[in-house]
Every structure is written in C-alpha cells, then in structure tokens.
Design a binder for this molecule. Structure first.
Ligand SMILES: Cc1cc2nc3c(=O)[nH]c(=O)nc-3n(C[C@H](O)[C@H](O)[C@H](O)COP(=O)(O)OP(=O)(O)OC[C@H]3O[C@@H](n4cnc5c(N)ncnc54)[C@H](O)[C@@H]3O)c2cc1C
Length: 404
C-alpha cells in the first residue's frame, strides 16, 4: 500500500489562478540528511516550511503535484476562529473548559496568521470583514444566544445580535453572532508566497516527487526509486490521507463552491462574511475584485466522478440559496467547482507525532478552518522540535479519539 491515498482532489473551475507562470522552478532533490522533509506543498506544507526554514533548519518540501495544486487551490479561504462544531455543542462532548481551551487556541492561531501575513508583507488579496453566523437548523435564535454567551464566557470577542439588530445594520433578517476579527484571502497566493519565503531561508522545493514509502529514521522512498534521508518528516498531505498514520475518524466528503462575476454595487452591506448555523452550512464572502464567493451543499461521498457530475446542479442550488439568504436578485455563476473536503468529529485537525514511527509527524487540517490550522501546526511541531512543547498540543493529537 502506498504511503498516502491518491485522489482527484478537485474538479470544475476554481477562482484562484495557479497557472504555470506563477509556479516556481523545481529544485533538485538534495543529498545527505536534511533536518526536516515536508511531504505536501499546499498551505500546510508551505506554512511549516517557512517557519522551520526561518528557524534555521534545513528543509525540503516534496510534492507529487506542482505547489498549491491540491485542495488549497479549491479553498474558499474564510479565515475565522468560529468553527464547524459550535462551542456549545463541543462543550457537551468534552466539557466547557476543554471546549473553550480549543476555541481560544484557534482564536490565537487566526490572530497570529494575520500578524504573520503582515510581517512578511504578503500580498494575498486579504480583506478584513465582519463575520455573521446566522441562526439556522443547527442553532435557532435561542441556541445562538447561548452560543454567543458561551463564547464571551470563554474570553472570545463575539456579540449576539437579535434579528432586528441584524436587519438594521446588515439588511439581513435572522439573528446572528457577530465577530470583527475575520478575514478572507487568496489561498494560492499565500501558499506560493510562503514557499518563496521558505526558499529565501534555504528550503528546497522538489516536484514532481511522489513519496510512496517511509522507513527507519528516516528514509523516504519516491515512486521513481530515488530516496531521501531526513531527521524528521511531516505528512502534510491534506485529504490524501496516510492510512498508516491518520485514523478513520478523519473522514473525507465533497463540497461545492461558486463565484459570481464582479458585482457593483456589492449585494449586501459591509461585505460581511456570512454563514449559517446549519449542517451542511451555506456561506458567502466577498473577493477583492468584488465577486460573491459562496459554498456549501456538501455531500458525504468523496467519489470524484460522482462529485464532479454535480458541479452545475450544485452551483445553481448554492446561487439560489444565497439569493434567498441575503434577499438579492438571482446570482450569476462565473466559476463553479467541487472538491474533496475533510471532516473530523470535533471539527479540529490532526496534528502531532505519528504513531509507532520516531521522527514522523502528521499535520492534516481537517475541518473548515484548515488554513488557520496550518499556522497552529507550525506552532505545535516547531515548538516540539525546539524543545518547547505547545501546552495545547494534546487537543489536536491525531489519536485523541482513541489510542492508536
Ligand atoms: C471547498 C473547500 C472550502 C474550504 N474552505 C475553507 C475556508 O473557508 N477556510 C479555511 O480555513 N479552510 C477552508 N478549507 C480547508 C483548507 O482549504 C484545507 O484544509 C487546506 O487547503 C488543505 O491544505 P493542505 O496543504 O493540507 O492540503 P493540499 O493543498 O491538498 O496539499 C497537500 C499536498 O500533498 C501532496 N501529496 C499527497 N500525498 C503525497 C505523496 N505521497 N507524495 C508527495 N506529495 C503528496 C498533494 O499533491 C498536495 O499538493 C476549504 C477546503 C475546501 C476543499
């Protein structure tokens, strides 16, 4: 069995451009023993590479595809600390204190990601916008009020707005939880910029490099027979899971998205990020060139042919649902796409040492906040390698649902 699954990760026409002109040249595979080999050149691998190389380690990033050609190129990239599983629901499962600890840690990751982008002066079409979490089938107005109170009790900056207050400010009918610390970005530009920064610190970027096996401490075998030696290796392979090291609780499904042509005037106030407390949820966001980007209509299957056959129909469904949610004219669809999407029971990622293999790590951003989870993974793994373990690392262990 190969080290990781092989999937057709996306179909249709995502909005982000990752054309040949933007792809950096590939480096030769280094010889000798590298400090850290990262398998995967999506946002997860890029974030890890930049951080590790900046810290002075020798780093190689390997990918079977060109950089940023996996799930990252299909992401709708809303960066928010509110997660798929409401805080009040997670608290029922693991207790209020533990749920609050996890939410605060993601809140920190979102703030740190914002700071990192500024510090590196990365141009990734970033937009700071208010975020509205609307009442839906998962949380009605009363439950949403409780959710808002739980967030505040956890020390998180959130406000509950009754339906009238939402209508007055945003022109939308339902009650909502409001936060002011969300943003959107172009995930391909961010990934390519981070890889560029990593290379500036000496990292090597090798593709196509299809890693088929890992043995010892540590030898990576490539599909073409080449080998590479590293002190540590990180599986940043996204939704192409390693069955050896990623437990089945981290599941894959399908999600769908659309983008309209640029709209002037923009169809709702303050260009807020809006999503519904439903499962699956519908969400919308602006882009920097004035498009409406919307997603949802998830399906539990991950078969790519079945998924891609539904792109047009799902695009129509999403456009109609958004028009109903924000009471606008029907939306025109300029881009429509589908992608594999990863979920976990608590909406949180798999980050930590791989079971039964010294020097091997898992960094997989399952859940709707995968981009912030990449920043979190860089904190946890770099902290451990630097001898300063992250005090919240146990919350995100790949094996938290049962012992491996
Ligand atoms: C439709 C959609 C909407 C989303 N919306 C949001 C959102 O709003 N906000 C948010 O934060 N997150 C969102 N996410 C999640 C987020 O985009 C993902 O978590 C993230 O992009 C995954 O990045 P990655 O680097 O882990 O995976 P990828 O980008 O897939 O990169 C992994 C790489 O590993 C490579 N690879 C795999 N196996 C091997 C191997 N054996 N050898 C060599 N290379 C290998 C692959 O080729 C791939 O390039 C969304 C995702 C999707 C699909």
């Amino acid at each position: 069995m190969d080290l990781t699954e092989r999937r057709n990760l996306r179909g249709g026409r995502p909005i982000w451009t990752s054309d040949e002109k933007r792809i950096p040249r590939a480096d030769a595979l280094p010889s000798g023993t590298i400090d850290v080999a990262i398998i995967g050149a999506g946002i997860m691998g890029a974030m890890l590479a930049e951080r590790l190389a900046r810290g002075g380690r020798s780093v190689v990033v390997l990918d079977r595809r060109p950089p940023a050609h996996g799930s990252t190129a299909a992401s709708t990239a809303l960066i928010q600390w509110a997660m798929d599983v409401p805080l009040t629901h997670l608290a029922r499962e693991i207790g209020a204190d533990e749920a609050a600890r996890r939410w605060r840690r993601i809140y920190k990751a979102v703030g740190d990601l914002r700071e990192r982008i500024d510090a590196e002066a990365i141009d990734c079409s970033l937009l700071d916008r208010p975020e509205l979490y609307l009442e839906g089938k998962l949380l009605n107005a009363d439950s949403l009020r409780e959710e808002g109170e739980a967030r505040i009790a956890a020390g998180l900056p959130s406000r509950y707005l009754a339906a009238g207050a939402v209508t007055e400010r945003f022109g939308i009918a339902p009650a909502a939880a409001l936060t002011d610390t969300a943003f959107t970005l172009d995930p391909v530009s961010l990934t390519l910029a981070l890889l560029d920064r990593a290379r500036g610190h000496g990292a090597t970027l090798c593709f196509p490099a299809d890693v088929t096996g890992v043995s010892g401490a540590i030898e990576l075998t490539l599909a073409d027979g080449r080998t590479l030696h590293a002190r540590e290796a990180i599986l940043a392979t996204g939704y192409e899971r390693s069955r050896w090291f990623v437990p089945p609780e981290f599941a894959v499904a399908s999600s769908f998205a659309i983008a309209t042509p640029p709209m002037d005037p923009f169809p709702w106030r303050e260009e807020a990020l809006i999503w519904q407390a439903s499962d699956p949820y519908l969400y919308v966001r602006p882009t920097s060139d004035g498009r409406v980007l919307a997603g949802g209509a998830d399906e539990s299957f991950a078969d790519a042919a079945r998924r891609d056959a539904r792109i047009d129909a799902k695009g129509g469904t999403i456009a109609a649902a958004v028009a109903a949610m924000i009471a606008t004219q029907p939306l025109l669809v300029d881009h429509a796409w589908a992608a594999t999407f990863g979920t976990s029971p608590d909406g949180l990622p798999a980050i930590g040492r791989a079971a039964h293999h010294d020097g091997l790590w898992v960094a997989a951003g399952f859940g709707g906040n995968g981009i912030s989870f990449a920043l979190l993974a860089s904190d946890i793994i770099c902290g451990a390698l630097d001898g300063a373990p992250d005090e919240d690392a146990d919350c995100f262990s790949p094996y938290r649902f049962k012992t491996p």
